[in-house]
Design a binder for this molecule. Sequence first.
Ligand code: CA
Length: 423
Amino acid sequence: MGLIRSWVAGANRPEGPFPLNNLPCGVFSTEGTAPRCGVAIGDHVLDVAAVEASGHLPLPGDPYFTAPAWNALMAAGPSVWAELRARLTALLAEGADPTAVISHLVPLAGTRLHLPFRIAEFTDFYAGRHHAENVGTMFRGAEQALPPNWLHIPIGYNGRASSVVVSGTPFRRPWGQIKGPGDSAPRFAPSACFDIELELGAIVGTPSQGPVTVAEAEAMIFGYVLLNDWSARDIQAWEYQPLGPFQSKATATTISPWIVTSAALQPFRIPAPPRELPLLPHLRDPGPLHHDIALEVALTPANGRETVISRTNARQLYYSAAQQLAHHSTSGCPMTTGDLLGSGTISGPTKDSRGSLLELSWGGADPIAVDGCIRSFLEDGDTVVLRGECLGDGYRVGFGECNGTVLPALENPFHGINCAAEV
Ligand code: CA
């Protein structure tokens, strides 16, 4: 498929992230106006809430856009998603009469973007093989790099929805309990090993009750965002055994502001990587459910210049989001509209394709160069930007930026309690 041409300014530029092929879903506001649902097209946002209210977007079961979140539409299921996409495409395609919607186009440059959906729950997986092997090698040695279950199930844990924030939301370096390998006792201190995790987030649209197959799970996924799962490695190393990460991952998880729909990613489907061991039948791939999405991570120190520190691709994931979701449901766990599934860190096979600083600096043993400085982990004031795009024939499907800046830790989080270790 080539570029679908549009009459909207900027939508036909081959390097632009938001052609008519994309139509990503967000929530936006302008100075003095309330947040509402919109889709990005070229250099503009189409105010779909206003278009719906004007009667030019009739859909079965509507209205869907009376609240500033995409959940109502997400819950309606694939046939309504397809009808919305078809109607928007017809309204915005080259040759269509612009008069119905042109007054509801808002220049992107003047908008503020908000969380695009109400996040029901957040589950974080560990589906990137190179990441799992790198981290396992660092912590357990090369012989036991992959946990014994890794080639059989997509490992995950239940995270926090309450700390998922939209791109651009500032947050502070966390405090936590830390005990280094040479320490005789734990202490309570700001994390000194604060890190990023380059991930893809899958968003559940239609809910489920009881176990679902991989194919059914695929049909439930409304779309995807870029996701940076900020991680305090020193807190993680002390707390994670035996139940996994807890406070180390709870400070913030940043997502990009536009949901790129499963439909927009359809042309970029690719088969799963070769299976080293056969998966049990209920987790097998029913078709090509992985995606070819080029990804990069850029780091900018305070008052510094940007350095791209990693380039990789979503094809490096071993398990698809549909497999993660199917596995999540096997116990009978109901899945909910607005559930967010993090893929786990997406690292490639080479050093410059690793998706976390833990891996890029090999636990601090081999720091990387960033704008004349060196980095093992994040410093205060560092800004990290994730970017992702699919390259089509004469067009791109972009995700928009997922960025966050690390602010300094609070001086004392407990209002006067002495946080220093007692000697
Ligand atoms: Ca993670």
